[in-house]
Write a protein that binds this ligand. Structure first.
Ligand SMILES: Cc1cc2nc3c(=O)[nH]c(=O)nc-3n(C[C@H](O)[C@H](O)[C@H](O)COP(=O)(O)OP(=O)(O)OC[C@H]3O[C@@H](n4cnc5c(N)ncnc54)[C@H](O)[C@@H]3O)c2cc1C
Length: 499
């Protein structure tokens, strides 16, 4: 047993997300790969371009070099838009949507384009509405922790600003250097600290949203408690751009932790993982701020594709347990007690605990770079499921058996603390054969376990056929009614979420 506080990493990558990812080829157009039929939207005419140029100027009415905005982060879907608009204010978005609604021109709202379910790129020739210029942080209140910013503000930028005031944004994910707050809200993004801060339905206090007809809906609020009728903001949290365009957000930031520790543990089997999680909740209690699982093939992918070192290896499962508290000595005492208990019972076999920021970052890389590493195998089918904890890992084993040697790796990692598994099948290149072996099987299997086909990534384009496995027929009918009420012509992000 070598539970020490020194992590023996060599030089580590501190590269940004955009630089670590290298393209793996251009996918077939979505309309062909998935055999989709274009709905009866109008085609863009010269007169429309003139209108858009009069609203936002020629400079922000882009008709060339749109390939990167037509493809998603993982290069799994590709649209064929010939027009991207980059408005600079809610008023400009309002004027654009009013025109599009009158003309029945389809729109695809786009934030940082890090979404992984094909929601952020067009399927056909929808106009890409980029939120990138709405990037101002308007205010962060030191006393209340309430941050107000425009929707195109990059998550990491808001977090850096909050940290200057000894606060943190209650959301952290691997795409933080590129994703927007508006994109996070629109996907109800989860990430690494849901176990501590809950999801965005709790942290978002208010929104400003532009509706399909151009109406600017003010749902801004500075209060956690505001029981005045229906809470309309919740409709737009997780709506994936199908109900309105989010333009402004108020968010409750949390006090920055005064002491943090990160334990990286090796475990002998999945039963020990569950027992360790239970013990962490009981013995670390309020200071537990992240609880992640990495299986051996995932760790191996990170090691194979990035120059990372791991402090421990040779185990089937690893856990990352982070604590965030206000008293370092007190927190360490709790961690040591928790580790002793786990080791005595043989549930934890080996591990290391880091307390220095740089060392913790190095360990986090093993987890955060995992999706990118799997993509570097060639192509990766990514799944994001909520599953009952007892069945959390069996689905990985079932899929390993099912795909056999067709896959390079079948792996599982994810937010164990939220019952959220990221299941991955990497291979040298996309094939229809492998795709049909995995889907719909994986969603039917999840349905049988009463899980969710999308824990945190959303439905987008890629999962819309499987919504029925996680929502009742009545619930889907009501979703359709809401969509029709807010966007009767269906111009906002068509072909997404609902069939
Ligand atoms: C490496 C990596 C790690 C990730 N880790 C996590 C994770 O841990 N947890 C997690 O939940 N997700 C994760 N994601 C997925 C992704 O980062 C999130 O879904 C993120 O919230 C998307 O934000 P975005 O600004 O990139 O939105 P986009 O990808 O641009 O858009 C996502 C959806 O929101 C809509 N949209 C975007 N902005 C607006 C707006 N202002 N108004 C209305 N609709 C809008 C789009 O139309 C689309 O449907 C990860 C992605 C990557 C690549």
């Amino acid at each position: 047993m070598t539970l020490g506080r020194i992590v023996k990493f060599q030089a580590l990558l501190a590269r940004s997300l955009s630089r670590t990812y290298s393209a793996v080829g251009i996918p077939e157009l979505t309309q062909f790969r998935h055999n989709v039929k274009r709905s009866d939207y109008a085609n863009i005419e010269d007169a429309d371009i003139t209108v858009f140029e009069s609203i936002i100027g020629k400079r922000y009415t882009l008709q060339e070099d749109l390939q990167a905005y037509n493809m998603d982060f993982w290069h799994s879907v590709r649209g064929n838009s010939k027009l991207m608009l980059k408005p600079g204010s809610a008023e400009e978005i309002s004027a654009i949507l009013k025109h599009c609604n009158e003309r029945k021109l389809a729109i695809c709202p786009q934030g940082g384009n890090t979404g992984v379910v094909g929601g952020s790129v067009p399927v056909f020739d929808e106009i890409i509405l980029s939120l990138g210029r709405l990037n101002k942080i308007q205010n962060i209140d030191e006393i209340t922790g309430i941050a107000a910013c425009e929707a195109g503000c990059i998550l990491e930028n808001l977090d850096n600003k909050a940290r200057e005031l000894d606060l943190v944004v209650p959301l952290d994910l691997g795409a933080k250097s590129s994703c927007h707050i508006g994109g996070n809200v629109s996907t109800n993004a989860g990430g690494l600290r849901v176990v501590r801060y809950g999801n965005l339905h709790g942290s978002v206090l208010g929104l400003e949203v532009v509706l399909a007809n151009g109406q600017v809906l003010d749902l801004m609020s500075d209060f956690k408690k505001d029981n005045t009728g229906y809470h309309l903001k919740h409709l737009f949290i997780g709506a994936e751009g199908t109900l309105g365009v989010v333009t402004k957000v108020t968010l409750l930031c949390a006090p920055a932790p005064q002491a943090q520790n990160l334990a990286f543990l090796g475990l002998p089997n999945f039963d020990a993982v569950l027992k360790t999680f239970r013990s962490a909740k009981r013995n670390l209690g309020e200071i537990l701020s992240a609880c992640e699982l990495i299986d051996a093939p995932t760790l191996q992918a990170s090691l194979d594709h990035f120059k990372l070192n791991t402090p421990i290896e040779g185990f089937p499962f690893y856990m990352l347990l982070e604590t965030s508290g206000s008293n370092g000595a007190h927190d360490l005492e709790k961690i040591n007690h928790f580790l002793e208990l786990g080791m005595e019972k043989g549930e934890i076999i080996d591990g290391t605990v880091a307390s220095e920021a740089r060392k913790m970052q190095e360990i986090w890389k093993l987890r955060e770079l995992a999706p990118m590493a799997l993509g570097k195998d060639g192509y990766c089918f990514y799944y994001d499921l909520s599953l009952p904890l007892r069945d959390f890992y069996s689905i990985v084993e079932v899929l390993q058996e099912r795909v056999g040697a067709r896959a390079t790796r079948v792996t599982g990692f994810g937010h164990l603390g939220d019952s959220n598994l990221h299941l991955n099948v990497s291979c040298p290149a996309y094939t229809d054969e492998l795709y049909h072996i995995i889907e719909p099987f994986i969603y039917e299997y999840t349905h049988k376990l009463k899980g969710s086909v999308s824990a945190e990534h959303g439905i987008g384009f890629l999962k819309k056929n499987y919504l029925k496995y996680s929502k009742s027929t009545d619930a889907i009918a009501m979703m359709r009614d809401v969509k029709h009420l807010l966007d009767p012509k269906g111009i906002l992000n068509p072909y997404k979420v609902l069939n």
